[in-house]
Every structure is written in C-alpha cells, then in structure tokens.
Design a protein around this ligand. Sequence first.
Ligand code: FES
Ligand SMILES: [Fe+2]
Length: 381
Amino acid sequence: MMDPKTRPSALLGELAANAERPFSEALGFPAAAYRSPEFAALEAEKLFRKEWVCVGRTDDLPKVGDYIATDIAGVPVVTLRDKTNAIRSFSNVCLHRMMRLLAGRGNCGGRITCPYHAWTYNLKGQLVGAAHMDRTPGFDLAAHRLPALRTELWQGWIYVALDPETPPLAGRLEALDRMIEPYGAPAYGGALREEMAWKTNWKSLAENYMEDYHVPFVHRTTIGIYADAEFSEHFESGDAYHSHAYVRGESSPRGLAHPGNSRLEGRWRRTSLMICIYPSHVITLAPDHLWSLSLLPNGTGEVKVRFGLSYAPELLAEVNDWDAFVAERKATFDAINAEDRRTLEGLYPALASPLATPGRLSYLERFTYDLNRYICRRLEV
Ligand code: FES
Ligand SMILES: [Fe+2]
C-alpha cells in the first residue's frame, strides 16, 4: 500500500506549508519529494517539459553541422548549428517510423540522415530525401519538417523550451543580467565537457551544488581548505532563478580575477556568483572560471549531468600547453565531482527510510527553500 505521505496531494501540501514558513523556520524537502515516481512525473510535466533547459554552450557547436542530442524529460531533442550559423533545435525523432535521429554529440555534415531507412533532413529540419517513397501515392517531401523547438541563447549558454507557451527566457533574467554583465561570461572559453549519470535525485544534486555548507567537510582535501569566513551573501532571487555570492580570501589560488581582467573592480574581483536558472541549470561564475552543471533527471533516482568548465579569456591567453592545462583542471574537478557523487549516491538510499524526516536549514541553505517555493509556484500549490 502506498504510504499516505508519498501521495502527491499530501506531499504537495507539505511543500506548500514549508513554502509559507519564513526561511528561518523552514525545513528541507520531505524524503518522498526525492523518491516518489508520481512526484517525478509531475516535475517532468510541469517543470522540465515547460521550462527553459540548458543543453550546452555556443562554443560546443563551433562549426556548421555540429550537434548535441539531449533527452529532456523523455523527449529527444537535437540542437545544431545550421548553414546560416544559427543555432536551432528540433525534435530528434524521425518522421517515418520514429527512430531517434542523432545520438550524443558530433558533426552531422550538411544533413541529418536517419540510421534506420535513411530519410534525410537538411539543417533546417526539412525532409529532403526518402528512398523508394516515390511509389507511395501523394507522398510529399515538402510536407515533412521536423518540429522546431524554441531555442534561446543567454550569456553563452543554449536553452531549449519544449512548450510553445513558455515566456521567453531573456525577459525573466534582466536583474541577473545587470549583476553579471561585468564578468563578460559569453567570452569565457571551453576547456572541459563531460556527461555523467549519477544515482541520485536531481534536486539533491542541485541543492548540493548550490550550498556552501558541505564544502569544508565533503571537500576537506580539495576546495574545502580555501573556504573562509566571508562565506555567502544572499541576493534576492527572481521568479526564474536563484543567485548568491561567495567571496574568496585574498590568498585563494582559484576564483580571483587575473591581473589582466579590467572588467571587475574591488570585492567583485574575488566574488563568485552561484546561480541556478530554474529548474536545473546550476552555475558558478567566478572572475577566472565558469563551472556549470545542467541536470537532466531520468526518473527519481538517476540524473544525467552535463558538466562544463570554461575559463576567462585573459587566463586562456596565457596557456602555453593546452593539454597539460586541461589535464590539471580535469584532475581537480574529477576529485571534486567524486566527493560530491559519493555523498549524494549515499544519500539517495537513506531517503527511502520510513524514519527519514527533513531537518531545519542553516543560513547557507537558502537555495533549498527557494527551490521549494519555485516548485510550488510552477506546480500551482
Ligand atoms: S525511421 Fe527514420 S527512415 Fe525509417
Ligand atoms: Fe560539493
């Protein structure tokens, strides 16, 4: 029998009650919010199939025909650079017998060719070739076009929305834009891209990324040793995002503006911004680097993680040995990611305990409260 607490209506009631408390009295998410398949289905429908989801950065697609395939809540999507240099997204499902067209990432040349019966589409999604279909009466190539999906660029990232009614992303991020504009994020260049699948719920990973509380403990041998007293400063979050700042100590070996950076002044030269574009694009925008995860849930207990690391242009200009630079960064971030992964994959089974109840939050966990309130807004509870 279903535990009454896991019923979506009871769970939504708990979330709504928590959202109404002041932050100082709030609790974390109930365990069922991470484990309930019914709740995950609601999130897929009301969050991931409606909101703007990050699929990558523009420098992931430098050449015509470069593509990246993404599953957004069970909907296969492909994003590519077309012959006019525009970035477009389409349904990644063939219009014949519904085969997935492209997988992973790569370059498809000037055409998308279905791996099944080789129907061929141009980079605008128009069907331009279909073998043997000339014997099918009334078959018209021109009448076949892959459904186009709305695609927006923001600060160098590419976002896709499946729902044609979703309001544009840009208008929802204006206040954030004003704050981050001096960083010059679109000019940060890519160094590392990885895809991973972690056995945990997507919200646990988003919460973990966005709170600094665990850093001195989970990351005690990596980034934790640089945590200092000037921990977090919270900004007001918008309807579509959360952000707060992290000010590093003067002696931190990372996260400080390069001497050649004339865009940032004063304390901003040591300030990293932690941003979540709801629902699941989490970003660290530092004066010297940009670290982001786009989280794509697959049911309750698995999340596909699209990891990206980019660097400020004045730092990249000094790199002599690119391979050594990337290898050193990869080793560092592999270690950090492994620490978080171990923690979150250990957390997920514990959430199934009937004795698991959420506790009070520290001031460093404002994101958890904001995410709870955002989910209530979008689920209309
Ligand atoms: S399913 Fe694509 S060509 Fe048949
Ligand atoms: Fe962490």
